[in-house]
Design a protein around this ligand. Structure first.
Ligand code: MRU
Length: 341
């Protein structure tokens, strides 16, 4: 089963993206025909979500090659700009490096480069379906599941990670109910996850982020499932701001806390979460939600887009290669060595 929308699609030599800034009000598309346009689409969050920006960037590298022709210096420069469009989600760097390697090893063969970008998208969808099927084993019948941000089809190359598990549970007749955090300041939960949940007909309730703590304490949440932007070798995860806070509350009240992500989100080379670069975004995202001034125009703002959850607060990480449980460092190393768990 697939969604009837695609966050990204490469059609007739151009990358077509859903403009996620306009959802849920408008379903409109933006077309990128240069690497620079893809970089800007990632930066401005027309496309967002770790696997989706990786998928988009793969095509960005292809477009960079078309633009640069024989000018390898220009190709490298355009690709490097793509690679640093956003700093936290490792899927972006992973995808750019993967397609650049294909470019180099194939003697800059355009067809091979395009096939590699296509493979990233195809494999991401497959990994998401696989991890979703694996992930439903942690969900009991009638579970009330809390999720944060958007880790659905919009955030990936198709189907979704955390929301993929949730959709799979719904389709399997587990009779779940989803609580979606609105996810300030950009409201990915309210605008995107709620949109996906209602389209899929999944019973769900939208909550202000700060309602999660009392819901958890009152025993109304059976488990938390959310995505990840980067998983380090020790099992720490960076994910949307607010994830860490949820993990602390979940631990306090004994609620299972899962992250779902494809193994392309694991940064095997980074030892621990404190090394993950955390993106800080425009203060006006906080001062002016939806473009309306809601705070003094000159107030100082701290607006990190992500936070890091230590592995001690995580019950398990659901991947297409199985569920990673503690000891996370040993089990992540097993995945690195090609094992399935
Ligand atoms: O800033 P965003 O919207 O790109 O942040 C997205 C998230 O934090 C998601 O939870 C994460 O990328 C997982 S997406 C499958």
């Amino acid at each position: 089963m697939e969604e009837n929308f695609k966050a990204l699609e490469f059609i007739e030599g151009k990358l077509r993206l859903i403009d996620q800034r306009l959802l849920p009000g408008k379903l409109e598309y933006v077309t990128c025909s240069t690497a620079g346009e893809v970089t800007e689409a990632i930066r401005s969050m027309i496309v967002r979500g770790a696997p989706a920006i990786g998928g988009a960037a793969g095509y960005g590298v292809y477009l960079a090659l078309l633009e640069a022709g024989d000018d390898i210096t220009l190709f490298n420069k355009l690709s490097a700009e793509l690679r640093k469009a956003r700093p936290t989600a490792v899927n972006l760097m992973w995808a750019v490096d993967r397609v650049m390697e294909t470019a180099q090893s194939s003697g800059y063969d355009k067809d091979k480069v395009l096939s590699e970008a296509d493979a990233i998208v195809r494999e991401d969808r497959e990994m998401n379906h696989r991890l979703s099927k694996i992930g439903i084993s942690v969900i009991r019948k009638g579970s009330r599941i809390l999720t944060h941000c958007n880790a659905g089809a919009l955030a990936t190359c198709g189907w979704g990670t955390a929301l993929g598990v949730i959709k799979e549970a719904h389709l399997s007749g587990l009779g779940i109910h989803v609580y979606a955090d609105e996810t300030r300041p950009l409201l990915q939960g309210a605008r995107l996850t709620a949109w996906e949940l209602t389209r899929a007909g999944i019973p769900s309730t939208l909550i202000p982020d700060s309602a999660a703590a009392s819901l958890i304490r009152s025993g109304k949440i059976d488990c938390i499932i959310l995505g990840a932007d980067r998983i380090t070798a020790n099992g720490d995860i960076a994910n949307k701001l607010g994830t860490f806070m949820l993990s602390v509350i979940a631990k306090e009240y004994g609620v299972p806390f899962y992250s779902a992500a494809p193994t392309s989100t694991i940064d095997f080379s980074m030892k621990e979460g404190k090394n993950i670069p955390i993106e800080e975004r425009d203060p006006d995202e906080v001062r002016k939600p939806g473009g309306v001034l809601m705070a003094p125009a000159d107030i100082d703002v701290y607006n990190p887009a992500f936070d890091v959850t230590p592995h001690q607060n995580i019950t398990g990480i659901i991947t297409e290669k199985g569920i990673i449980y503690p000891p996370f460092d040993m089990n992540i190393e097993r995945i690195r060595n090609g094992e399935t768990l």
